[in-house]
Every structure is written in structure tokens, then in C-alpha cells.
Design a protein around this ligand. Structure first.
Ligand code: AMP
Ligand code: MG
Length: 472
């Protein structure tokens, strides 16, 4: 064994009721599909032999120092509380301190059943594994907090889903932690106040050491979630399953399931085939972030001695969130228009452009990327309306000498387009990893105007993927 991971585990030292310790279930024939060598270096992982990498990140060999465990949590799924969820197909291998001094979880996803698997098989198939790999790495390159992908290993075993038998795979992901709103909910719901306090202290020490007590933690998480969701909006990202168990305390994007970047701008856009009500539609994401943080508040106050005061404090903190979201949104969308210090007076300029884009189905990424060039108008059918807007914008940016530079580093040129993700998965299932490699390479520099033109192109009518399925 040539692979060395410098584990330094803390979650495994928490009370036994927080998790179930167990090893991964070995797979039949591990084959390394992808390995993120720069990320491995950042984590201090010493790995050279692909066979060793495959066997460790398939879960067939438990590396020295690992303390594999499935974490317990609960969560609101599409608004309904589920009192017990947990890692049903994931295992925390352990933690490392990365080169920047940040503690990181290393987690296998698709590593076999656990006590929290319910009816599931504990496995993942290749499609969602590669999708999460590419989309999370794209998110990272866009500068948005996210879990990352370290490895993808084919299992050599078939996985049964609605579509039939599919190739199995294991994803290794890296996160600032896997603490979720739902991790707090499980102990609050059960009335395990001591455990709730232990978890709160752990979360503060790990993520927000400056936070003063549970309400300080709540305020920090609310602020982080407001920033995160504003960042998603500014790149046209739809998470798809913003359940409270998929909402990380760290403020990282987590659990890439039926997520997607928008092509044509549409406030009401939904990709997840199971989101029939549009709860997690693009334009609803800010409201849902507030709702999720209200659930965190409800859980956290269970440990407070003075409940009335705690309710008052928590309410004020959660009520501040729409304002934080609005401010973060204005800053980000202002920057997309080249405005260094946008004010509320600039809001109509932003909203009017989005309204035109909505009406004309303009491509989100390509419209912002083209602003200020002759091709911007090509995104619109009502060119007169766009020309009128453009004149207002030109007038406003006349006093912004750095507008072009700001826009160049704010408006992405390339996103993991949904139709490309589908094509990539189809190729990978057939044994061709070249489209995956091509996406990974191009998405590493999303602001580069000389990006792969073919990958920048929106889908043709035939290529449009109407939905992504939750059969992950
Ligand atoms: P998700 O919505 O994908 O975040 O998953 C919600 C819950 O279902 C989590 O507790 C997962 O661990 C669990 N889960 C999802 N897929 C599977 C599976 N194939 N086997 C076991 N548990 C699963
Ligand atoms: Mg989840």
C-alpha cells in the first residue's frame, strides 16, 4: 500500500449516538475513473498507484487512520419532517487538516448499506457520481463554496434503478464538514438536549469559532446561507433538493442530485422530476434558504434556558436573512453589470434585464458574457426592447471605469450544461471518459473567454434535457 492519508479524526470522538461506526462494503472490481490530484495534494494525500487509489476509494481497503462511520441526521424533505435519515449510502472515512489549515471530511458516497439506508441499496450509479464530480468542481472553480470531488471509482457491479441495470460507482467527496441543519434537528426532535449542546459546541469550534453560543451560530449560518444562495443565483444554479438534510452548516453547496445550471433564463425553472410543486424552483431558492434556517433556529433554541428570549433572538436573526440575501444578490448582479457599488436604485436596471431575458428565453450565461459586445442583442427576440435597456445600462456604466474588468471576472463563460452532462454520462457508461475529461479541463477556468466554444453553446431543441431524475 503506497497510499497515505494524514487522518486527524474528531467526529468519531463524539458520543456514540451521533453515528454508526462500520466499514464500507467492498465492491467487485474497483476501477479508477477519475482522481483529483491537485485536491489530493491540498489534503496532504500521498497517492501514486492507481490500483491503490481505486481500492481505497472504492471502500475495499480501509486506509490506516480511517475511522469509517455513517452519520445520523433528520430533515425536512419537501417540507415534511422525517425524524430519522442519516448516511444511507455514505461513510465518513475521516478528517484531515488541509494545507490551508482547514479541517476537511473525506467521505465515500455509494459505499454500501448502513443502518440508515431504509429501503435503499446504499449504492450510487455512475451517472450521478460523474455529474456530482463535474458540477461540484465547476462550482469550486466559479469561486462558490462547495464540497469537492476527490475520486470516482467504478465498482464493477450493476445497480438497479428505474431505468434498469446501471454501472455502479463510488464518489469520494471532500467537505468542510457534513454537519447539516438536519443534524441539529434529529437531536432537537428527540429532546436530546445534551447531545444538541455537544453538537452546537462542535459546530462552533469547527466552523465559526468567533460565534457566541447557539444564537451566534445561527447568525453565522444564516449569513453563510444568504451568501451561498445569492452566489447560486448569480451563476444560474438550481440546487434541486434544498431539503434541510442537504443544507450544510458550513455554507458549502452539498448534495448534488437533480441539480442543474440554467440555459434559458426562467425564474420558475425546475429540473428535479420529483419536485412537482416547484418548491425548489430557481426563483424560490432564497425563500427556501430562509425557511431552512428557520428550521435550524427551531432546533437550536431547544437548548436555551430562557426560551422566550431565545425565540425573540432567533426570530430577529432569521428575519434579517431576506435583507442579507437581497444585499448579496444586489452586489453580485450589480457586478455582473459592471457596477462596483450597486445601490437599491440600480435594482430596476438588473430586474428589467432579467425580465427581458425571461420573456425571450435568453441564455443566462451567454447573455451576461456578451453584454457590451455586438452579439448581446442576438440573445433577444425583442431587439428594440433590449436596445432601450442597453442604452440605460451604457449611461449607468459611463461612470464605472472598471466595469469591463469587473464583468470579465464575474460573468462565467462556461457552465456544465445539462445536455453535456447527459452526453458525458452516456459516453462514460459506454466506457468513454473523454467527454468527462474535456468538461473537467474546460470548467477549471470558467471566466476564460477562450473557453471550448462547443461546450459554451446552449442546447439545440433536440438536445434540451427537460428534467434530471432523482434516481441517483
Ligand atoms: P438525498 O435526497 O439524496 O440527499 O438523500 C436523502 C436520504 O436518502 C439520505 O439519508 C440518503 O442517505 C438516503 N439515500 C439516498 N439514496 C440512497 C440509496 N441508494 N441507498 C440508501 N440510502 C439512500
Ligand atoms: Mg442528502
Amino acid at each position: 500500500m503506497t497510499l497515505h492519508i494524514p487522518f486527524d479524526n474528531t467526529y468519531a470522538t463524539l458520543p456514540a449516538g451521533f453515528y454508526t461506526a462500520q466499514p464500507p462494503t467492498a465492491v467487485k472490481a474497483p476501477e479508477l475513473l477519475a482522481f483529483n490530484a491537485p485536491l489530493a495534494a491540498l489534503l496532504g494525500i500521498n497517492a501514486t498507484d492507481p490500483a491503490d487509489i481505486a481500492t481505497v476509494f472504492a471502500g475495499n481497503t480501509v486506509p490506516d487512520g480511517a475511522a469509517p462511520l455513517a452519520q445520523l441526521y433528520a430533515g425536512h424533505q419537501f417540507g415534511n419532517f422525517n425524524p430519522q435519515l442519516g448516511d444511507g449510502r455514505a461513510l465518513l472515512l475521516g478528517e484531515v487538516i488541509d494545507q490551508s489549515g482547514t479541517r476537511r471530511d473525506i467521505q465515500l458516497k455509494g459505499s454500501g448499506p448502513t443502518p440508515y439506508s431504509r429501503m435503499g441499496d446504499g449504492r450510487a450509479w455512475l451517472g450521478p457520481v460523474l455529474r456530482e464530480y463535474v458540477v461540484s468542481e465547476a462550482m469550486h472553480a466559479l469561486g462558490i463554496p462547495t464540497t469537492r470531488a476527490l475520486a470516482a471509482v467504478a465498482s464493477g457491479e450493476p445497480i438497479w434503478r428505474e431505468q434498469g441495470a446501471l454501472p455502479g460507482a463510488v464518489l469520494t467527496r471532500v467537505a468542510a464538514s457534513h454537519l447539516r441543519v438536519g443534524t441539529f434537528q434529529v437531536f432537537a426532535h428527540r429532546g436530546q438536549v445534551e447531545d444538541l449542546k455537544t453538537l452546537t459546541d462542535y459546530a462552533i469550534a469547527r466552523h465559526y469559532p468567533q460565534a457566541d453560543g447557539p444564537m451566534g451560530l445561527l447568525a453565522a449560518v444564516c449569513a453563510a446561507q444568504a451568501e451561498l444562495v445569492a452566489a447560486w443565483m448569480a451563476v444560474g444554479f438550481i440546487h434541486g433538493v434544498m431539503n434541510t438534510d442537504n443544507c450544510a452548516i458550513s455554507g458549502e453547496t452539498i448534495d448534488y442530485g437533480p441539480c442543474a445550471f440554467m440555459d434559458a433564463y426562467d425564474e420558475a425553472r425546475v429540473f428535479s422530476s420529483i419536485d412537482q410543486q416547484g418548491r425548489y424552483a430557481f426563483g424560490n431558492q432564497p425563500r427556501i434558504a430562509v425557511w431552512n434556517c428557520a428550521q435550524l433556529a427551531t432546533a437550536l433554541i431547544r437548548q436555551m434556558d430562557d426560551m422566550d428570549a431565545a425565540v425573540e433572538d432567533a426570530t430577529a436573526i432569521v428575519h434579517a436573512m431576506p435583507g442579507q440575501l437581497q444585499a448579496a444578490w444586489l452586489k453580485r448582479f450589480g457586478a455582473k453589470l459592471g457596477l462596483s457599488t450597486p445601490t437599491p436604485e440600480d435594482q430596476p436596471l438588473i430586474e428589467d434585464l432579467l425580465a427581458l431575458m425571461q420573456t425571450d428565453g435568453a441564455d443566462f450565461t451567454n447573455t451576461f458574457a456578451a453584454l457590451g459586445t455586438d452579439t448581446a442583442q442576438d440573445q433577444f427576440t425583442d431587439r428594440a426592447a433590449f436596445a432601450a435597456w442597453n442604452a440605460r445600462w451604457q449611461a449607468r456604466t459611463a461612470s464605472e471605469p472598471e466595469a469591463g474588468a469587473l464583468m470579465a471576472r464575474t460573468n462565467q463563460r462556461i457552465i456544465p450544461r445539462n445536455h453535456r452532462m447527459e452526453q458525458m454520462i452516456e459516453a462514460a457508461v459506454a466506457g468513454d471518459m473523454a467527454p468527462f475529461q474535456r468538461e473537467i479541463a474546460a470548467l477549471a477556468t470558467p471566466f476564460d473567454p477562450a473557453s471550448d466554444p462547443d461546450l459554451m453553446r446552449p442546447p439545440t431543441t433536440q438536445e434540451i434535457v427537460p428534467a434530471t431524475f432523482c434516481g441517483t
